[in-house]
Ligand binder design. Structure first.
Ligand code: PMP
Length: 403
């Protein structure tokens, strides 16, 4: 049975109050939002709504101060060097695009090489692939081993004098497998002219992240995958590289002065934040962090880990199931059921009231190499109940008889 502290943690998520029987195992796609974040969004739009940075009136000034205070809060939470290392984006996807375009502009020439792992989400994969095609630099693919982990020795072999960037995820979204990102960042760090980019979208809700000890140059994630709202991404950019970048998008507040013939840009991070930001979602993220601070996070994370072990043990009892990967599952696990199409499995599970994600998980190169029928991904959060896993397992039992 689910421990009481998990049940009380779950009570902070109104979705479950309204849907007590839900079996929501699609947390890698998006998590539910916590009540404090919802309250903050409501408060902002109801009583506090005004812009940031632009206007000098009282409400706008108060918002600017609060908005910047959240930037500092997030910088501290990630152990970034400075507040200015944190750039707000619309999500991990926009962060991936921002990083790729800025790095291309500042550092890359035709003939240069970028290493992208085989297990990247399309947000990183397609972005770098398309830039490589357009600007004639070479995309090198770091393979995964049979455990679905990026093979660091193979990655090492790909590094040469033309390598400029290495892009890897912290946790792979298609398999849930934690990647040897510490080793990869250290490896990249040993080469002064190579930049490391880490996609943390699937890690942020499960692993404490310290960007300085990781030693990455960029780290990004979306707020909606960690109990906050949609439309907000956090991009950490290390000072050393940030200083050499120029803006990715143009518009309001990213400039200092504009004349008919030229524009002078604002300092970082503002030069990367053209247009009115998602103020409500920034506040919601702050409320979520404050809320999480008050929870017994270590205990909840241990529970989540044990729940994952339980889920895997349960899945392993079925000889038809093949789990993709063998260890290091972090928040998600992905499997195939014989040669059945993942969409059929997902459809039947949905009919039984079980919400999972099926298909290629925005990681087609990897999933096509595993199973062209796609996979079934089950993903957890700290509010996931043991009973939800049991419901899934019962559904799988019935499905086996059915199919
Ligand atoms: N990277 C990874 C690893 C992801 O799992 C996701 C979301 N599935 C993204 C990037 C993109 O995030 P978003 O859709 O919030 O921009």
């Amino acid at each position: 049975v689910t421990p009481d502290y998990v049940v009380s943690f779950r009570q902070n998520f109104p979705y479950f109050t309204k849907n007590p029987d839900s079996c929501y195992l699609d947390n890698a796609a998006t998590t539910h939002i916590c009540q404090p974040a919802l309250d903050k969004i409501n408060e902002y739009y109801s009583f506090q709504h005004a812009t940031v940075h632009r206007s000098g009136h009282i409400a706008a000034t108060e918002n600017t101060n609060q908005f910047e205070a959240v930037r500092l809060q997030v910088a501290k939470w990630l152990n970034a060097e400075e507040k200015s290392n944190i750039v707000w984006t619309k999500g991990a996807t926009e962060a991936a695009n921002l990083v790729a375009h800025c790095l291309h502009h500042a550092f890359l020439q035709a003939g240069d090489e970028v290493i992208v792992s085989m297990t990247e989400h399309h947000a990183s994969f397609v972005t770098w692939q398309q830039l490589a095609l357009k600007y004639n630099f070479r995309l090198r693919i770091a393979p995964v081993d049979q455990h679905m982990k990026i093979d660091v020795d193979e990655l090492k072999k790909l590094i040469n004098k033309n390598t400029r960037v290495v892009v890897c995820c912290h946790v792979a979204n298609a398999t849930g497998v934690k990647q040897p990102i510490e080793k990869i960042c250290q490896l990249v760090k040993a080469h002064a002219n190579i930049i490391s980019v880490v996609d943390g979208a699937q890690a942020i809700n499960h692993i404490p992240v310290d960007v300085q000890s990781l030693g990455c140059d960029f780290y990004y994630f979306s707020a909606h995958k960690m109990y906050a709202g949609t439309g907000l991404g956090v991009l950490y950019t290390c000072s050393r590289v940030q200083e050499q970048l120029t803006p990715y998008q143009y518009g309001g507040e990213m400039v200092r002065s504009v004349s008919i013939t030229r524009s002078e840009f604002n300092q970082a991070p503002f030069m990367f934040e053209a247009g009115t930001p998602n103020i409500a979602s920034v506040y919601a993220l702050s409320a979520t962090l404050n809320f999480l601070d008050k929870q017994a996070l270590t205990q909840l994370r241990t529970y989540e880990h044990e729940l994952m072990q339980y889920l895997i043990a349960q899945l392993k009892q079925f000889p038809e199931i093949k789990i993709h990967g063998s260890e290091g599952f972090c928040g998600a696990v992905s499997f195939s059921l014989k040669d059945w199409h993942a969409y059929d499995v997902g459809e039947i599970l949905a009919q039984m009231g079980v919400a999972v994600r099926t298909g290629k998980h925005c990681a087609m190169p990897l999933v096509d190499s595993i199973n062209t029928n796609g996979t079934v991904r089950v993903s957890l959060a700290a509010y996931t109940l043991v009973e939800e896993i049991d419901k899934l397992i019962n559904a799988v039992k019935q499905l086996r008889e059915f199919l």
